[in-house]
Design a protein around this ligand. Structure first.
Ligand code: DGJ
Length: 375
């Protein structure tokens, strides 16, 4: 009898001690099975008391950044401890499928459509063996936050539609603009004036790094790196969240922003992005706006302290509010490991504010009480 009790107590102690009670950015983050979480470029959705973390399931070795498995999902009630819920959108065996194994599927973001009562997953899709040239946004649907999601469609957004307020004189290309040398002042002006919007007008605008944002009025937006990653586009989604209305704007033309993450605090929209240096980290940028469609004002690098110029060796992926707390947000980023992508780790940090600007400060170890601490 005594032995039986000791075993039970031992078992309970093991569970209690193996539980995470803090965030430890950049360290191995073990799920409830003791395995490093495999959900890169992720996004979070909160449903009925449970947070769901969706991400890219990476594999070992150099090819581990292509999609050989699909998107994974983890669930948690406390944000520290995550249970593996498996693969929710599988890379398919069928070589004719757009999401066939070996394609590139990145940055999954799941939102809930109240009207249809469906979970909608948007992601960045690159077709197999085409590098990053397809530059598509793709969407999948499920009845449950735990999936399975069914691939629905891929898009080059805003085919044949000019952005809001696009000047008539910018709708026609000048004869010599395609000959301009990249990064010269003339070329930057031409990009600003919509040279690449005109180039992609017929086939649809590019969509690489992306996020989705659902506003308080349930309108949803895809925010995507377009125009060869030079300009972000903000495209309103239809009421079912499966297509685009014809409403879209450009943000920071020629500003070279990737990895957008959006949140709203006290009625103001904020965005954190990165520059474009492949898998290598660079300096984050931040912006604010009174409307999600812009205009957006630049607020500079939100990171402070050591390694602020490299976003603490990471790249933004998502920002989410803590449920039940007023205006508390967590910044999620990836520390990529292109030589063995499965080893990539996660940088989660609390977003603080100073002078109406978001501030990110490194913390070796932190928990949700950190929001109460002063900067
Ligand atoms: C940086 C992006 O943010 C990642 O999602 C990925 O697309 C890499 N570039 C590929 O180099």
């Amino acid at each position: 009898m005594r032995l039986k009790y000791s075993i039970i107590i031992c078992f309970i102690c093991t569970i209690i001690y193996s539980q995470n009670k803090n965030f430890e950015p950049g360290k191995q983050w073990k799920d409830t099975d003791g395995v490093h979480i495999n959900a890169h470029g992720g996004g979070i959705l909160f449903v009925d008391g449970v947070y769901y973390w969706y991400g890219e399931h990476k594999t070992e070795g150099k090819s581990g950044n292509t999609s050989l498995v699909g998107f994974s999902c983890y669930s948690s009630k406390d944000l520290y401890n995550w249970k593996n819920e498996g693969i929710v959108l599988k890379a398919e065996e069928n070589p004719n499928s757009e999401i066939t194994k070996g394609c590139i599927m990145e940055r999954p973001k799941v939102i809930f459509n109240k009207k249809m009562s469906k979970y909608i997953l948007w992601f960045h899709l690159e077709l197999k063996d085409q590098g990053y040239n397809a530059a598509k946004a793709a969407v999948a649907i499920s009845d449950s936050p735990k999936g399975p999601f069914k691939f629905y469609k891929s898009y080059r957004p805003n085919k044949g539609v000019w952005p809001i307020g696009f000047k008539n004189e910018n709708k026609i290309a000048s004869a010599d603009e395609s000959k301009l040398k990249s990064w010269t002042p003339e070329w930057l002006t031409a990009v600003d004036n919509g040279m690449l919007v005109r180039r992609d007008f017929e086939k649809g605008q590019m969509s690489r790094d992306m996020t989705v944002y659902v506003d308080d009025n349930n309108k949803a937006y895809l925010i995507h790196s377009s125009e060869d990653n030079l300009t972000l586009h903000i495209s309103e989604l239809t009421d079912d969240y499966l297509d685009f209305t014809e409403k879209w704007t450009r943000m920071a033309p020629a500003g070279h922003n990737e990895a957008p993450a959006v949140f709203k605090k006290n009625g103001i929209y904020y965005m954190i992005t990165s520059g474009c240096t492949g898998w290598d980290p660079n300096e984050a940028r931040s912006f604010s706006a009174n409307s999600v469609l812009g205009p957006w004002k630049s607020l500079g690098n939100p990171c402070v302290g050591e390694d602020a110029a490299l976003t603490f060796h990471s790249q933004s992926t998502y920002i989410f509010p803590i449920q039940g707390k007023k205006e508390q947000f967590i910044f999620m980023a990836d520390r990529w490991k292109p030589e063995n992508p499965i080893d990539g780790s996660y940088i989660w940090l609390p977003i603080k504010f100073a002078n109406e600007k978001p501030i990110l400060k490194w913390a070796e170890k932190w928990n949700l009480n950190a929001f109460a601490e002063k900067l």
